[in-house]
Design a protein around this ligand. Structure first.
Ligand SMILES: Nc1ncnc2c1ncn2[C@@H]1O[C@H](COP(=O)(O)OP(=O)(O)OP(=O)(O)O)[C@@H](O)[C@H]1O
Ligand SMILES: [Mg+2]
Length: 246
C-alpha cells in the first residue's frame, strides 16, 4: 500500500468516525425539538404558533443534516453485497411502472429495449435497482425545462458482459464538468446532494463493473454500465477498474 493510499484510508476512517459521532447528538436534538413542538402545539397563543413554525424549520434542517451524514456513512463504509438470482427485465418493468405518473406529468416517453436472457442474473437487486433509479432520476432532471423528451433503458448480454445503458434527450453535460461528475457532492441542482453518481459508481464497482458516459450539450446523455455476468469473473474486472483510478 502506498503512503498516499494509507493516508487516504486513514482520512476515510477519521471522517467515518466523525460522521458517526455527529449522528448521536443529532438524534438527541431532533427528539428534543419534537418534544418542544408537542408542548407548543397544545397552546393557542400567537407566540406558540410562531414557535411551532420555527421548530418545524429546525426539524427540517436537522433531518437534512441527518440525511447527509447517513448518506456519507453508507458511502464511506460500502455495502455488503447480497447476490440473488434476479430478473432484470422484471425489475426494470416495475421501475418504469413506479415512474410512470411522474414521466407522464413531465411529458417524458420511457422506452425499455432489451435483448438476451435477463431473467437469471446474480446481482444485489436492491443496490442495482437503486443505481438504475438514480440514473433514471438524473435523466428525468436533465429533461426539466425541455418540452418532454425521451428516456431509453437498454439492457443486453454480450458474451460475458451485461450492459445497461440509460439514454436521455436532455440538456447534456458541459465538457468542463466531465471530470467532476462522479465526485462526491458535485451537483448543479438547487436541491441535489451530488451523491447520486458517486453512489451509482460505487455499486457498479462493487459488482466488478464500470460506468462511463458520453454526452452532447443540448442533445442528451448516455450512461453505460458494463459488468461481468459471472460473479466469479468480477474480481478480475474489479481490479482492472480499480487500477484505472488515479
Ligand atoms: N443525465 C444527465 N444529464 C445531464 N447532467 C447530468 C446527468 N446525470 C448527472 N448529471 C449532472 O451530474 C451532476 C451530479 O449528479 P448526481 O446524481 O451525482 O447528483 P444530483 O443529481 O445533482 O443530486 P442527487 O442525485 O443527490 O439528487 C448533476 O447535478 C448534473 O449536473
Ligand atoms: Mg442524481
Amino acid at each position: 500500500m502506498s503512503a498516499s493510499s494509507s493516508r487516504l484510508e486513514f482520512l476515510g476512517q477519521l471522517a467515518g468516525g466523525l460522521a458517526h459521532e455527529i449522528k448521536n447528538p443529532l438524534s438527541t436534538i431532533k427528539l428534543t425539538l419534537q418534544l418542544l413542538e408537542e408542548d407548543f402545539v397544545k397552546e393557542d397563543s400567537p407566540t406558540a404558533k410562531r414557535a411551532v413554525r420555527k421548530l418545524e424549520v429546525l426539524l427540517r434542517e436537522v433531518q437534512h443534516l441527518d440525511d447527509i451524514v447517513q448518506e456519507f456513512l453508507t458511502f464511506a463504509r460500502g455495502h455488503d453485497i447480497k447476490l440473488t438470482r434476479t430478473n432484470l427485465r422484471e425489475m426494470v418493468v416495475e421501475l418504469f411502472e413506479f415512474l410512470a405518473d411522474d414521466a407522464q406529468a413531465r411529458g417524458i416517453r420511457l422506452h425499455f429495449d432489451y435483448e438476451g436472457e435477463l431473467n437469471n442474473l446474480l446481482l444485489d437487486s436492491t443496490l442495482i435497482r437503486q443505481a438504475i433509479l438514480n440514473l433514471l432520476r438524473n435523466a428525468f432532471d436533465a429533461l426539466e425545462g425541455k418540452d418532454g423528451g425521451e428516456v431509453i433503458l437498454r439492457a443486453r448480454i454480450k458474451g460475458d458482459l451485461l450492459g445497461i445503458e440509460i439514454i436521455d434527450t436532455g440538456c447534456g453535460i458541459a465538457a468542463s464538468n466531465y471530470d467532476r461528475m462522479f465526485r462526491p457532492y458535485f451537483t448543479t441542482k438547487k436541491k441535489g446532494t451530488g451523491m447520486g453518481l458517486p453512489m451509482v459508481r460505487r455499486i457498479v464497482e462493487e459488482h466488478g463493473g464500470q460506468i462511463t458516459f458520453e454526452s452532447e450539450e443540448g442533445k442528451g446523455t448516455r450512461f453505460l454500465i458494463l459488468m461481468p455476468v459471472d460473479p466469479e469473473k468480477r474480481g478480475s474486472l474489479k481490479s482492472m477498474v480499480r487500477s484505472e483510478q488515479p
